[in-house]
Design a protein around this ligand. Structure first.
Ligand SMILES: Cc1ncc(COP(=O)(O)O)c(C=O)c1O
Length: 405
């Protein structure tokens, strides 16, 4: 006879959930631990924007509690901007993978960064110390001071000296977009003292690096990239301690940059294959980096010590010709999808950064950034090889257009 689901004691279930588990196991099970007990396999998608309640007094108390500390609402949700159960599953899973108490999801990586800046600025700490390069729009948000913050750019060694009494945040990316420059997160966290360090872990993912273990208080992802993994979800997330998470939920509630539940579902599904995807793509990327480094048409290859699926390289020839020449590889901005993408940072991802600042941060006009996917390495190399050869293509492209009309 089947054991009734109710017969599984909650305490036994909790023991399983909190026992230490390997990353690959967390990737598949975190955020889903209650499903079997509920008689479910796939996580439900809750699309409700509002929830009925006959007890307004209880709702008033719950909203007061949220206003006080931003803790996740217990029980039935109230309104989708306050929290959503499907999104909460993704948050739980990502926190487990990053080794933090909590995580708070947003509509995009930029919405996540904005929430962090607003949370700090709300306490009067408007000064940010940051290390270039950062993703172009993160650089732009800080440089333009769009949220009323002020930035001091420095190198990792200069962080301690750049701190001021009103410094609310130190921000780094490692490996950085687009040069894949790495910083010693432990040393940087030490230099920050009591100022929170935000490490953008989009490129490494928790499969290769867990910045919270090295002292970062805030770990940010553009979840649009590897966490989603298939180029069809836009999202951001911050993994952090519960105290900071409460502040981020309050900002999210007040400013509205919430993640859609369907995106939460897709992200949870993406996490389950994250370790396999990142390891497979990284092996291919390392091989392509080695071949590019040995190629006389390539002036310089950037590939991080910790590995990963991103490769950047500077060509002797015209980088625009390489972009125009790929056939299998997709010439597109973004990264972390199952297919390989290539783009020219000086034209797209970092175009919005002042050209001198961009070049000063090591982003050469000849740099190409490639996000390696899951294709066969020989097929990718064959495509890169012919794109680097730069055969005349005007007639070929004209022919393609004519064939399409
Ligand atoms: C490293 C990094 N951080 C943050 C972002 C911003 O994320 P989103 O595009 O999801 O807003 C990006 C986007 O490319 C990125 O590459």
């Amino acid at each position: 006879m089947d054991t009734p689901l109710d017969a599984v004691s909650p305490s036994a279930y909790d023991d399983v959930r909190t026992a230490p588990r390997a990353l690959a196991t967390e990737a598949v099970h975190a955020g889903r631990d209650d499903l079997a007990r509920q008689g479910l396999h796939a996580p439900p998608i809750d699309l409700s924007t509002t929830y009925p309640s006959y007890d307004s007094r209880a709702e008033a108390a719950r909203i007061d509690a949220f206003a006080a500390d931003g803790a996740e609402l217990e029980g039935t949700p109230v309104y989708a901007r306050l929290g959503n159960p499907t999104v909460a599953r993704f948050e739980t899973a990502l926190a487990r993978l990053e080794g933090t108490e909590s995580a708070v999801a947003f509509a995009s990586g930029m919405a996540a960064l904005s929430a962090v800046l607003l949370a700090r600025a709300a306490t009067g700490l408007r000064h940010v110390v940051a290390v270039r390069p950062l993703y172009g729009c993160s650089d732009h948000l800080l440089t333009a001071g769009l949220l009323g913050t002020e930035v001091t750019w420095t190198d990792p060694a200069g962080i301690a000296d750049a701190l001021r009494p009103d410094t609310g945040l130190v921000m780094v990316e490692s490996p950085a977009n687009p040069t894949l420059a790495e910083v010693d997160l432990r040393a940087v966290a030490h230099a920050c003292g009591s100022v929170p360090l935000l490490a953008d872990n989009t490129f490494a993912t928790p499969v290769l690096q867990r910045p919270a273990e090295q002292g970062a208080r805030l770990v940010l992802h553009s979840a649009t990239k590897y966490l989603g993994g298939h180029g069809d979800v836009m999202a951001g997330v911050v993994a952090c301690d519960e105290e900071f998470a409460g502040k981020l939920r309050q900002v999210r509630f007040a400013t509205g940059g919430v993640l859609h539940p369907l995106a939460g579902y897709l992200l949870l599904r993406g996490l389950s294959t994250l370790p396999v995807r990142v390891r497979a793509a990284s092996a291919t990327a390392a091989e392509l980096a080695a071949r590019l480094a040995a190629d006389p048409r390539v002036a310089r290859v950037h590939y991080p010590r910790i590995g990963g699926a991103m490769v950047a390289f500077e060509v002797h020839g015209d980088p625009h010709e390489v972009i125009g020449g790929v056939r299998l590889i997709t010439p597109a901005v973004s990264l972390g999808s199952v297919d390989t993408l290539i783009q020219h940072p000086a034209s797209i991802s970092h175009r919005i950064v002042d050209a001198d600042d961009r070049r000063g941060a090591g982003v050469s006009d000849r740099l190409l950034r490639m996000s390696v996917g899951l294709e066969d390495v020989e097929d990718l190399w064959a495509d890169l090889d012919q794109a680097l050869a730069g055969r005349p293509r005007a007639a070929e492209v004209k022919g393609l257009h004519e064939a399409m009309i």
